[in-house]
Design a binder for this molecule. Sequence first.
Ligand code: OSB
Ligand code: MG
Length: 363
Amino acid sequence: MELRRVRLPLVHQFRTSSHAKRGLEHILVTLTSTDGAVGWGEIASPSGPYYSAETVDSCWAVAGSFLAPLTLATGWEHPSELAAALAKVRGNHFARAGFDMAAWALWSGTSGVPLAKALGGDRSRVEAGVSLGIEPTVDDLLEQVALRVADGYRRVKLKIAPGWDVTPVRAVRTAFPDVPVHVDANGAYPVDEVAVFRQLDHLGLLMIEQPYAPRALVDHAALQAVLATPICLDESIEELDDLVTALRLRAGRIVNVKVSRMGGLTQAVRAHDLALAHGVPVWCGGMHEFGIGRAANVALSSLPGFTLPSDVSGSAKYYARDITTEPIVCSAGWVDVPVAPGLGRDPDLPFISANTLAHHATP
Ligand code: OSB
Ligand code: MG
């Protein structure tokens, strides 16, 4: 088993309600079986604890001290068995997701079943949306939207925050009346803020993602009751139990199923299954993944409940060069689901080595 901290620069700075970033450092997990088969996973944690409590450093520490020894001590035939063993570790979902993903990649590669099929996917291509950060000016934002619409993306998600909401969103709706738009607040609004959402409610948005703090499920339910626009939950749903609570409370009508946030593909598939059983549409959110995590997101997005465009943009939206020999490509708003066994993307080892900041191998 190996862990690598790999850093790549972003082609365009990305700002959310909490922070801005120009480059990302993710941790790659490599599992090698006794007979030499290899599976790669990606821990796509942000550097700082602003999206969730995790950081790259916390993931590195928990992976090295707890998840790696637990993984090596666990005999498993199917990835869900490793996921069950790793569930002994509370929280730390981004870190766990990297190991779960590597197990799925290894299992899919050795069993010969393409990852998407192994997860229950039934489509050959998925609809891609694009996520745009907060820009210095409305004109800068309109320029970004124009660029991405020209790229063929079929849905645009705009990051909002107090002071950057109704004005930029209305400007985009006016300039691009036919482009489906959704907004994501990353939980930045106080729970007594309703007026801004009533105004956004008139702009024909696909959804309003995570207006309030992660645990404010009762407040999300109260807001949903007065809005026509569906609320989508992201940060609120870390455990299947959170989803059960949210569904019971009617805290939202859409769920963003994120591999990292759920602690891996195993739990992400279960969240999808539960939402589907309740008639709640889902889509796959991203964390600016490198090619490994991005390939896993594409595979997950091929499941039948993912009926809304996912944040599975092509690698080129984020990185001049990706860590896989072949990037993820978005063409006219669609991304093909890899068909080769395993993740369907091979790591570019020399490029990964050239960008590795720390390397940890266990015997
Ligand atoms: O809320 O989905 C989010 C990026 C960093 C932190 C939180 C989020 C995001 C994104 C990224 O929206 C979307 C993508 O990977 O394309
Ligand atoms: Mg979000």
